[in-house]
Design a protein around this ligand. Sequence first.
Ligand SMILES: [Zn+2]
Ligand SMILES: [Zn+2]
Length: 116
Amino acid sequence: MKEELQKKLEKEFREKCPDCAARVGEEHEGGCDVERCTVCGGQRLGCDCSGHNSFESRWTGYWPGVEECFKRGWFSRMVPGKGLVPCDGEHPEAMADLNRLAYFQVYGEDGIYKEK
Ligand SMILES: [Zn+2]
Ligand SMILES: [Zn+2]
């Protein structure tokens, strides 16, 4: 990862989960709305997949998916009148593109920006 991006990622770091206050490396409390389901990739709160691994989805210091987006180079920014558009990670307004990642996790392809 480029140094610029590394620095940007470091700014996203939170020692505790913003919802349940689990520390880095700790599993989320039940009912935490940050925890992701390791089976379907959705919010764990509100899904009841069996086989969810709460250790694997423990708080890492980053919002779920943020690190993955940085590694993949998936960023977007808000453009007035257009909504979120993909952009380079070094753009000052770039944010991790969690929608793109969610689509990828659900459909198995990077298709969110494909023409419909
Ligand atoms: Zn939590
Ligand atoms: Zn699930």
